[in-house]
Design a protein around this ligand. Structure first.
Ligand SMILES: Cc1cc2nc3c(=O)[nH]c(=O)nc-3n(C[C@H](O)[C@H](O)[C@H](O)COP(=O)(O)O)c2cc1C
Length: 385
């Protein structure tokens, strides 16, 4: 608990902000509510589709916006659409990352169905694939079919332990290449995956990721999009269990003291602004290895397949005991990032028509608490709605 003196001392405040934002958020009744979906997965909801969806909503997804809307149709179908208000127009202007997040969710849905003895047949974009942005058309229609022979996926066992880890990684523990290969091998939907722990390449990737971070942070529109989605303090997290959760009692105190507010986070020179910039740069610097995923073309189907493979990689990393943290800044398609994105594509040997779909740092750190989720019921819509 910070003392009043600490809060009033600029240096102390910077340290407190750094520690509080990295440490995640503590237990409180509000935090427990926001994490309830992690405990409820595994309960029976009286319909195998809901049982599988209870796991699917735990998928990684950009800024934790959880943009999925589910409609149960007839006895065996789920229609999946995007809540268009939950996209990220500045950092993800073409909805590519949002679509990748849908892929992560669909893969968990299929795996969870198999656990219950159902094959889930996925039809992607049955009404056509929207370009250049998503629209109200369905992302997918998934049909459940009882199948006693459907293969269960061993990676599914990691679903409840998987975390995005935003801690600094242990500089004394490199990630050995065998582990990176085991993680990359988990892909099975056609994405290309590569990774490195080689010192020269690692430094090069750190440099690219750091420059991408600074471009995103110093750009008003993209920085503000993230600030608007920050939930500062446990109460804010409980009220909106999505976005960037900066929970914990310390965060609540710093907010009350006026030190971490949307305004200070947005003002160059303010402790919150400067600390936000440097603490994330330090995270990037602590990368002990990298993994990335590319595709030769960049269709909506490619993006979904990238997401399906990405969550598999993340589950494989969890199984291997390796912490993973996506660093998407450099892959974002807003104009100010274009030159660095092209440079990244060249470095990773991706052709003109292709895309780097994901990039993450790897390393070792204690696992954080689960991130917040909206309850499943809030993501269900009425048939025909
Ligand atoms: C397409 C995509 C891009 C992401 N990019 C970032 C990123 O740049 N930085 C970050 O900290 N997390 C990133 N994440 C992780 C999400 O923020 C994370 O999945 C979400 O907050 C939920 O947390 P969880 O993965 O621990 O359940 C990304 C996830 C996806 C699927």
């Amino acid at each position: 608990m910070p003392t009043r003196r600490m809060l009033l001392t600029t240096g102390g405040a910077a340290a407190v902000i750094g520690v509080a934002s990295l440490a995640g958020w503590a237990w409180s009744p509000g935090a427990a509510t926001a994490r309830a979906p992690w405990r409820q997965a595994g309960e029976s909801f009286g319909d195998p589709r809901l049982d599988a969806l209870a796991y699917a909503i735990l998928a990684p997804n950009p800024h934790n916006r959880q943009p999925w809307l589910f409609t149960l149709k007839g006895a065996d179908r789920i229609d999946i659409a995007c809540d268009l208000d939950r996209r990220l127009p500045h950092t993800d202007p073409l909805d590519r990352q949002i679509t990748v997040g849908f892929g992560c969710m669909i893969e968990l849905l299929v795996m969870a169905a198999a656990e219950k003895g159902f094959a889930a047949d996925v039809s992607l974009f049955p009404d056509g694939a929207p370009q250049p942005r998503l629209d109200r058309r369905r992302i997918a229609s998934v049909t459940f079919r009882a199948d006693g022979n459907v293969a269960k996926d061993p990676l599914f066992q990691e679903t409840l332990s998987r975390r995005t880890n935003r801690s600094p990684f242990d500089a004394a523990r490199p990630v050995v290449m065998e582990k990176i290969t085991a993680i990359a091998d988990a892909a099975k939907h056609g994405s290309f995956v590569d990774g490195t722990n080689d010192e020269k390449k690692r430094r090069r990737m750190i440099d690219i990721a750091r420059r991408g971070w600074i471009i995103e942070y110093e750009n008003d529109a993209t920085r503000r999009e993230s600030i608007e989605l920050m939930r500062i303090g446990n109460r804010a997290v409980a009220e909106n269990p999505d976005g960037i959760a900066l929970g914990g009692a310390t965060m609540g105190l710093l907010k009350m003291a006026g030190m971490i507010t949307p305004e200070t986070l947005d003002r160059p020179g303010a402790v919150a602004y400067e600390q936000g910039l440097s603490s994330y740069a330090a995270l990037i610097e602590s990368a002990q290895g990298f993994v990335w995923m590319t595709s030769e073309t960049n269709t909506r189907q490619d993006q979904i397949n990238a997401g399906r493979d990405w969550v598999r990689l993340h589950l494989a990393a969890t199984r291997a005991g390796v912490a993973l943290h996506p660093l998407s800044q450099v892959l974002q398609e807003f104009p100010e990032m274009a030159a660095l994105y092209q440079e990244t594509k060249r470095k990773l040997e991706v052709g003109e028509a292709g895309a780097v779909q994901m990039l993450a740092r790897l390393g070792y750190a204690d696992a954080p608490q689960p991130s917040p989720r909206w309850p499943l019921a809030s993501r269900l819509t009425e048939a025909g709605a």
